[in-house]
Design a protein around this ligand. Structure first.
Ligand SMILES: *Cc1c(COP(=O)(O)O)cnc(C)c1O
Length: 431
C-alpha cells in the first residue's frame, strides 16, 4: 500500500475493512463468513484484525501456488509492465504458448480460452451441439449430466447442474439437458435407450471425474471406462468438467488420469491461473468444429491471464507439485482417517484424491458441515462445505508436511468443540 499512497492519497486502503460499506453497496448473493482476508503468504492468510489462518480453501481450489508465490509475482508484474490486454483481434503469443503446454500435457489437440469455469462449460456445450448438428444430423441435441453435479451459474450451466437448488426461481431453463445418476452405468444405458431409441438425440455426456461441490464423490474407474466405451460405440461426445479437479489437484495432472480414460473435450478453470481468472476448453482434433465467428470472449486468453497461467504450469513441473499433491494428499487422508476413528459418532467417511478431500459427517449427528467450518475457522483453519454434510479440504498444491500436521491438529480441536456443542444440541432437539 505504501507505494500507492503518494499517487492516490484519498483512496482508503482496501485492507481497512468496513462491513457497513460492504453490505450497503454489494449485492447479497453470498452467505459470507464474518472475516475479511487482507494478506496471504504461502498456505497462510491474515484477516483485517491481524488473525492468521491456515488456508485449506485456496480461494475454492484455485490458488494452486498458494499466496504471493514469487513466480506469480514475477509473472504478473512483468506482464503488466509489458502488455496485459489487446483482444483476440490479434495474435497473442502467451495464449499460443499456454495452448501448446496444455495440449502437450493432455489428450487434447486444441484450446479455447475464456475467463471462468462456467464459461468453459458453455463453450463445451456449444461445441458439442454444433458437432451433433454437423456430424450426426441431430436437430435437437440433448446433453446428459449427472445428479449432484455442478457445472456453473450461467443459465446453460445451472441447467446442466443436476441440483434443483441452483435452478429454483430461474425458469425457464435451457432446453436440451437430461439427468442421470452418477456412477450408475445401467441408468446411463437406460437413458440412452429411452432417448436414442429410433433416432439419435444425445450429443454428449458431461461429467465431473470427481464431483466436487456435490460432496467430493470420486468417479469409479469401471463406470467411466464403460461410459467411454458407450461413447465410442455411439458417437456421443464425452465431456469431462475438470474445472475443480484438473491442474494437478488430484495428484495427477488431470482427473481423467485417475479413471484410465480420455475425454473428447475437457474444461479447466479454477487452478489454471493460480487465482487469476482464466478458463479453458480443450478438445481432441476430431471434434474441433468451431469456425471464426462461432464463439468468442473479449477478455478470453489475454496476455496477462495466459502469461500467469503458463507460469503456474511451469512451476507445477519444476517444483514437482503434482507429486506433492499426491503425497501430501495421502498424509492428509491418513490424518483424517485417524480423526474418523477418534470421532466415530461425527465422521461417517473420508474420501478424495490428492489434495481434494471430503470429510462426511454421520447422518445421525445434528452437526452440519457449516458448524465444523465455523469451528475450524475459530481454531485458525479455513475449510469449505461441499453440501450440508461434507467438509471439503483443498489446500494449495505447495502445501508442506508440517502444514498438513498443523491443519489436522486445528481440525481435531474444531471437531472436539462441535462434538461437545453438537451433542448438547442433539439432546436439546429430543426434548
Ligand atoms: C467451480 C466449478 C465450476 C464453475 O466455475 P466458475 O469459475 O465459478 O464459473 C464448474 N464446474 C465445476 C466442476 C466447478 O467446480
Amino acid at each position: 500500500m505504501s507505494q500507492l499512497s503518494p499517487v492516490l492519497p484519498s483512496v482508503t486502503p482496501a485492507t481497512a475493512f468496513n462491513p457497513t460499506q460492504f453490505d450497503t453497496y454489494v449485492m447479497a448473493t453470498y452467505g459470507r463468513f464474518p472475516i475479511a482476508l487482507v494478506r496471504g503468504e504461502g498456505c497462510r492468510v491474515w484477516d483485517s484484525e491481524g488473525r492468521s489462518y491456515l488456508d485449506f480453501v485456496s480461494g475454492i481450489a484455485t490458488c494452486t501456488l498458494g499466496h504471493a508465490h514469487p513466480a506469480m509475482v514475477k509473472a504478473i508484474t512483468g506482464q503488466i509492465q509489458r502488455l496485459h490486454h489487446v483482444s483476440n483481434l490479434y495474435y497473442i503469443p502467451e495464449q499460443g504458448a499456454l495452448a501448446q503446454w496444455l495440449v502437450e500435457h493432455s489428450c487434447a489437440d486444441r484450446a479455447f480460452f475464456c475467463n471462468s469455469g462456467a464459461e468453459a462449460n458453455e463453450g463445451a456445450i456449444k461445441l458439442a451441439r454444433k458437432y451433433a448438428h454437423l456430424h450426426r444430423g441431430i436437430e435437437q441435441p440433448v446433453i446428459l449430466t449427472a445428479h449432484a453435479s455442478f457445472h456453473g451459474r450461467t443459465l446453460a450451466t445451472i441447467t446442466a447442474t443436476g441440483q434443483p437448488k441452483y435452478q429454483k426461481h430461474f425458469a425457464p431453463l435451457v432446453p436440451g439437458f437430461h439427468y442421470i445418476p452418477y456412477n450408475d452405468i445401467d441408468a446411463l444405458r437406460q437413458a440412452v435407450a429411452d432417448l436414442d431409441g429410433s433416432t439419435p438425440h444425445i450429443a454428449a455426456i458431461l461429467l465431473e471425474p470427481l464431483q466436487g461441490e456435490g460432496g467430493v464423490r470420486p468417479g469409479e474407474r469401471h463406470y467411466f471406462q464403460q461410459v467411454r466405451q458407450l461413447c465410442d460405440d455411439t458417437g456421443i461426445l464425452l465431456i469431462l468438467d475438470e474445472v475443480q479437479v484438473g491442474m494437478g489437484r488430484t495428484g495427477r495432472l488431470w482427473g481423467y488420469e485417475q479413471l484410465g480414460i480420455e475425454p473428447d473435450l475437457l474444461t479447466s478453470a479454477k487452478g489454471l491461473g493460480g487465482g487469476i481468472p482464466i478458463g479453458a476448453m480443450l478438445c481432441q482434433r476430431h471434434c474441433d468444429v468451431l469456425q471464426p465467428g462461432d464463439h468468442a470472449s473479449t477478455f478470453g486468453g489475454n496476455p496477462l491471464a495466459c502469461g500467469v497461467a503458463l507460469q503456474v504450469c511451469h512451476t507445477l513441473e519444476t517444483d514437482d507439485l503434482v507429486a506433492n499433491a499426491q503425497y501430501r494428499g495421502e498424509q492428509l487422508r491418513q490424518g483424517l482417517s485417524d480423526l474418523a476413528w477418534r470421532f466415530p459418532h461425527l465422521i461417517a467417511d473420508v474420501r478424495g484424491w490428492g489434495l481434494i478431500n471430503g470429510l462426511e459427517l454421520t447422518a445421525d449427528t445434528a452437526v452440519r458441515a457449516i458448524d465444523v467450518v465455523k469451528a475450524a475457522m475459530a481454531a485458525g483453519l479455513l475449510v469449505v462445505p461441499a453440501g450440508a454434510k461434507v467438509v471439503r479440504l483443498v489446500p494449495p498444491l505447495i502445501v508442506t508436511a508440517p502444514a498438513i500436521e498443523e491443519a489436522l491438529a486445528r481440525l481435531s480441536q474444531a471437531l472436539s468443540q462441535v462434538a461437545t456443542a453438537g451433542g448438547a444440541s442433539a439432546e436439546a432437539g429430543k426434548g
